[in-house]
Design a protein around this ligand. Structure first.
Ligand code: CAA
Length: 374
């Protein structure tokens, strides 16, 4: 029922806007409003904070179905989850109560600010500083590659509070767009997900109350990585959706397109391509759903030792599959697939980012190997 409901909304409202949003690099404000009206914009927020209280698998299904028609728009439910999981995992109940209801009501989105220009894969090398001053912290630095920056009202920002302590000297904070000293760089000019703004978040003497720290001092890096254990699964979901969109379009096309006197789908070479695409997609989907079930158990306090492995494995398998499947979809459409008159070239461009963000697939393989070998 959930899949039917979100698919109907995605096909009716979001799909018709996807090509223009990509072309014009415009945040899909109308689609955000439609997602809020149907309560699909941040489904994971627990009911006690006014949210829909959807479990991790339900969140995956929502993201998957939105991504099937528009990857950029799927970053609304995905990044709202990424920005708020640090609070759900580590914040005081006061801090959760101060921010989560606004997200649930659709009054503001929540972004996640970990990376910096010189701290991408090596996230612990960040330089953004937060200095205690009475009952406040003062933040200075520049966060880079921040998804939905500028449109989000709220930001989880990781910053160094003790430069002598390495990864254990990083703390997490809630920063608001409205805080004095917060500004944004220009939109990055990207290959894909062009309707989702990616910008730097610039922090200049941003003074915030100490109560906006998420968890205890020095726990920010652990919270950041523990968050990714849950949210890399949402990137897997996004990749699955993009791939499903491309496969569905290609299947329709090969049944219609005639060459040598018959539909190209009647040729065994094309059939084998379709079979491989569907097989790789379904394998990645089952791994992602298993990872989502583990994420949900872990969220409710059950220790799940292999969550880190499953999360990285799902993200890697699904994003690698999405890149292959979307590339094959372009191939099946031939010259038409290479034009912007058909959606598969956009899907291929959008798929690429899923192999890069929330940790490159090379980092994921490192994370998986560490889990296996330790
Ligand atoms: N959960 C909780 N804690 C964890 C953890 C996890 N999964 N993994 C490691 N830690 C802890 C470690 O135990 C360690 O703490 P102690 O010293 O107290 O034991 C601490 O964190 C540091 O761990 P490591 O020594 O393993 O750290 P590292 O620096 O060697 O490597 C890394 C960590 C895995 C490479 C990490 O930096 C990483 O994942 N890098 C990729 C960055 C990334 O994913 N960025 C995504 C940006 S967000 C984004 O892309 C969003 C978007 O646009 C949509």
């Amino acid at each position: 029922m959930l899949r039917e409901a979100i698919r109907a909304l995605a096909e009716e409202k979001i799909a018709p806007r996807a090509a223009a949003a990509d072309e014009n690099e415009e945040f899909p404000e109308d689609s955000y409003k439609d997602l809020v009206a149907a309560d699909f914009h941040a489904v994971h927020v627990p009911e006690e904070y006014g949210g829909a209280g959807a479990d991790a698998l339900a969140a995956v299904i929502v993201i998957e179905e939105v991504a099937r028609v528009c990857a950029s728009t799927s970053l609304i439910p995905a990044v709202n989850k990424l920005g708020t999981v640090p609070l759900l995992l580590s914040a005081s109940s006061e801090l959760k109560a101060a921010y989560l209801p606004a997200v649930a009501r659709g009054e503001g989105m929540f972004s996640y600010a970990l990376s910096e220009a010189e701290a991408g894969s090596d996230a612990a090398a960040m330089r953004t500083r937060a200095v205690a001053d009475g009952d406040s912290y003062v933040l200075n630095g520049t966060k880079m590659w921040i998804t939905n920056a500028g449109v989000s009202e709220f930001y989880t920002v990781m910053a160094v509070t003790d430069p002598s302590a390495g990864a254990r000297g990083i703390s997490a904070f809630v920063v608001e767009k409205a805080d004095k000293g917060v500004s944004f760089g220009p939109k990055e000019r990207k290959l894909g997900i062009r309707a989702s703004p990616t910008r730097t978040v610039i922090l200049e003497d941003v003074r915030i109350p100490a109560s906006r720290m998420i968890g205890a001092p020095g726990t920010g890096f652990k919270t950041a990585l523990a968050t990714l254990d849950h949210t890399r699964i949402t990137i897997a979901a996004q990749a699955l959706g993009i791939a499903q969109g491309a496969l569905d379009f290609a299947v329709g096309y090969v049944k219609e397109r005639k060459q040598f006197g018959k539909a190209i789908g009647d040729f065994q070479g094309v059939q084998f391509m379709i079979a491989d695409m569907a097989m790789k997609l379904e394998a990645a989907r089952q791994l992602t759903y298993a990872a989502a079930a583990k994420s949900e158990r872990a969220m409710h306090g059950t220790p799940v030792k292999d969550l880190t492995f499953f999360s990285s494995a799902a993200k890697t398998a699904a994003s690698d599959a999405a890149m292959e499947i979307t590339t094959e979809a372009v191939q099946l459409l031939g010259g038409y697939g290479y034009t912007r008159d058909y959606p598969v070239e956009r899907m291929m461009r959008d798929a690429k980012i899923t192999q890069i963000y929330e940790g490159t697939n090379q980092i994921q393989r490192m994370v998986m190997a560490r889990q296996i070998l330790k």
